[in-house]
Every structure is written in C-alpha cells, then in structure tokens.
Design a protein around this ligand. Sequence first.
Ligand code: ADP
Ligand code: MG
Length: 401
Amino acid sequence: MTPAPQGRSATAPAQGRTDVADRATAGFHSAYDEQPTGRWAAPGRVNLIGEHTDYNDGFVLPFALPLRTVVAAAPRPGERWTVWSEIADQPIDFGAAETDAPGRVTGWGGYVAGVVWALREAGYAVPGARLAIASDVPLGSGLSSSAALEAAVLTALADLGGLDLPTERRPRLAQRAENAYVGAPTGIMDQSAVIRCHAGHALFLDCRDESVEHIPFDLDAAGLAILVVDSRAPHRHADGEYASRRAACERAADLLGVPALRDVPVTGLDAALGRLPDDETRRRVRHVVTEDQRVLDTVELLRAGRVPEIGPLLTASHASMRDDFEITVPEVDTAVEAALAAGALGARMTGGGFGGCVLALVEADRSDTVAAAVTAAYAERGFAAPGTRTVLPAPGTTRLP
Ligand code: ADP
Ligand code: MG
C-alpha cells in the first residue's frame, strides 16, 4: 500500500483513445524513428481486502486490473537511457552517473531511473535502452500507475539484457526504486500485485515473508463483477495521516511486545486491547487485527468458490476503516452507501485512504445501475462526478507478442 498521492485524481489524458500498446509503439516511432525490439505490459491493481495490514506484516489480497502501462523498448550501446511518455512534453535522458545515487533524476523520470538504479545496485548489468511509455492506468488515483510503470520498465530491461532475475525477486527491486530513489514510502503490495498476479485470480500475499498464493477469483463464472469507483476526492493531508497511522501501529506493537500487529491473534484481541493506554490506539489495533482476519476469511470463502459471500466482509472492512482507523472521507463513504443501497453485495474503500477508489462487488448485469446510483448520490451531495469502471481480474506483467 501507498499513502494516497497528493493533489486531485488525474486520468491519463490519452486514455481510451487508441489501444495502449499501439500508442506505445507509435510513441516509440515518433520519438526515435526506429522499431522497438519488444513491448512489455504491466497492469494497475486494486486491493480486494486488507488495508493498512501490509506494514504490519499482515495479509493483503489484490488483483490486477485490465488497465495497463505499456513500454516499447529497444537496446542501445553504452549506459544511457532515453524515455518518452505520452504524459510528458519532453523525453528524459540520463546516464550511469544519474543512477549512481538515488534522487538524481526527479519527477516522473525518477520512477524509471530508480529501476535502473535498483538493478545496478543489486549487481545487474543494465543494458542502455530507448523506451516509450503509454498507459491506461489513471495516474494518482490509487490504482498503482507508479508500480505499473516500474514493473513494465524493469521487465523490459531484464528481457533486453537477458538478466537472470527470477519473478519473485522483482517486486523488491521495483519497490526499492520507489522507496529509495523516488522517496515515496510504499509497502510491498503494489509491486507484488502488478508483477505476480494471474488472470481470474487474486493474489494472497503474506507481507511478512512475501509468500504468495493465487486464489481463484472467477467473478465471470459467478455472474459477478467488481465496480471500481474513483472517488475524485481531493487528498487531504494524506502523507501525514499515513505516517501517523503507521507510527501508531508500530508503537502499539512495541507496547504489546510483539514484532508487528500481525502477531496479535484475533482470539487474543480483547486481552491485547486491555493492555493499551487509550481509546484511539485501541481502535487502530482493532482495525488491523480484524482486517487481517477478514483477509483470511475472504480467502477461505474464495477457495470454497463461495464468491458472493465475501460481500459482507468487504462492507465490514469499510466500517472498520471509517470508524476505527478513521481514514475515509465523505466522498468514499457516500460511494459505499450508495452502492450498497443500489444492491451491491459488498463495498469498501480500497487503498491508503483520504480519497482514492471504492470497489463494489456487484451482479454483472447490475453494474451500470449501481454506477448510476453512485453518480446520482454524488450529484445530490454536490461532489465532482466520480469515475466508474467495471473490471475482472486481469494478468500481471507480461511481454506482448
Ligand atoms: P498511483 O500509483 O496511485 O497512480 P503515485 O503518486 O504513486 O499514484 O504515482 C503516480 C506517478 O507515477 C505520476 O505522478 C508519475 O510521476 C508516475 N507515472 C505513472 N505512470 C506514468 C506514465 N505512464 N508516464 C510517466 N509517469 C508515470
Ligand atoms: Mg503509486
């Protein structure tokens, strides 16, 4: 998980115009006047359940979205990288010197230079390359356009250089690019989801040891879908709130004498709460401990093919984020309430909070009705119109044919 980005949610301007892979290829031609060697696609992601559990060594359950960032790339001699993106006026260009230490390339290019830096720091000989990037993942909406960019670039460079880099090592390197080079604190979920998810499955990730299990999440067969609502809420103090929640959890774990809140079993919750000094800390801990359990319960239901029954767990997760962790805002609460009133089987905010997206589990043929109800509720409250999109679990990062 990432602290919600600052500023209003933005949507990639070229989104939906033509196929994203075609746009990457066309961008490559226009920028470099040559053919790319290949194209690599990495998806955005949404977290089905398990919020603010990642940095507490707990469980998350994201799945990949059918919205992708595509990198068209070709190798070049020497240690030099040029990167074109459809969101920027100018390509960026950097050499080995800018990837000797973090932070030397700033702005969006930092995510790309950060990947080169992380690979080099881990001892890999990164091939020089020209890259062109197009994306359908909205930037800054909490759907992880940053991890999609890192994953697409990392995979392209690994393939171009023939690097011996097992898939399970890749999320850490991409995360390092973002944490250490760009300077944005994120857990391991985003990069793991974007790189390791499978179509038709959610990724059950244990954030303590990074082990994963692919859990069948066949919405289509169940006649269901996920409606993703971009709340378009302006992010209010998101970075500071994220840091304070994280610090509160770490303090509580210290007080309870455990390495992380993941080590408080739900059966021992009441006893643990009794040892905490104040009501706010008790509510923070209750959220994390019960949220871990909700992830485990969701996984059990999905393993048993009881997909519709996860709805109440999603809704309970939202209540816990709203009342105990206090990270929701009126826009996301409105979207959840309106979706449930319109017949969604469950709904919750997804992501770090203070804006971002809401997801609702809906019967596939009612998705438009639920989306319309959310849009109407927004209009009634005077909020800017939300973005709505119906999705099914998509594949992780791949090389395109
Ligand atoms: P999120 O990951 O939720 O979309 P972040 O703030 O973590 O939001 O990452 C968004 C940033 O990632 C953008 O501001 C930009 O710097 C970079 N980024 C993402 N996708 C692209 C892209 N296609 N081209 C250039 N930069 C991108
Ligand atoms: Mg991000």
